[in-house]
Design a protein around this ligand. Structure first.
Ligand code: FEO
Length: 166
């Protein structure tokens, strides 16, 4: 179980840097709203990594901080970025499900309870990305619609939900 939780710390840190990389991409493309949205996504993923880290420590385990794989730095347009985001979140959902499987297998009830927050979080994350992707496809990833959407995405602020949910 400890090994699986340590791997997830690394996976969440990778997610954080993937979204920071996407934020940099949008900044370079002159889309500050999209860049802001991805920067907040980066902060959320860091809070997820920290939630796993603190849980391992709290349970008396040794948290291992490992090297992070190089993430992509270039995409072919906005739609491709959000397709990659959705694909990544679906992969993370699979990881959380596998973690839950291990916790059930070894009858680790505390970890099952801890993971429940992430199961719910993944449903929300996938839904958010799918909604943006639908809008992007509707406006074909270009034109005035992008300008409007960029302004809307500038409004997103970071709320540390890992603290609120305990
Ligand atoms: Fe940490 Fe986007 O799930």
């Amino acid at each position: 179980m400890l090994e699986a939780l340590n791997s997830q710390i690394n996976a969440e840190q990778y997610s954080a840097l993937l979204y920071l990389s996407m934020s940099a991409y949008f900044n370079e493309k002159g889309l500050p709203g999209f860049a802001n949205w991805m920067y907040i996504q980066y902060q959320e993923e860091l809070s997820h990594a920290n939630k796993f880290y603190n849980y391992v420590v709290e349970r008396g385990g040794k948290a291992e901080i490992r090297a992070i794989e190089q993430m992509p730095t270039e995409w072919n347009g906005i739609i491709e970025v959000f397709e990659a985001t959705l694909e990544h979140e679906q992969k993370v959902t699979g990881m959380i499900d596998s973690l839950m499987d291990v916790a059930v297998e070894v009858s680790d009830h505390a970890t099952q309870s801890f993971l429940k927050w992430f199961v719910d979080e993944q449903v929300e994350e996938e839904a958010n990305v799918m909604e943006i992707l639908d809008t992007l496809k509707l406006i074909n990833g270009q034109g005035n619609g992008i300008f409007m959407l960029d302004r809307e995405m500038r409004q997103r602020v970071f709320v540390d939900e890992t603290q609120a949910a305990g």
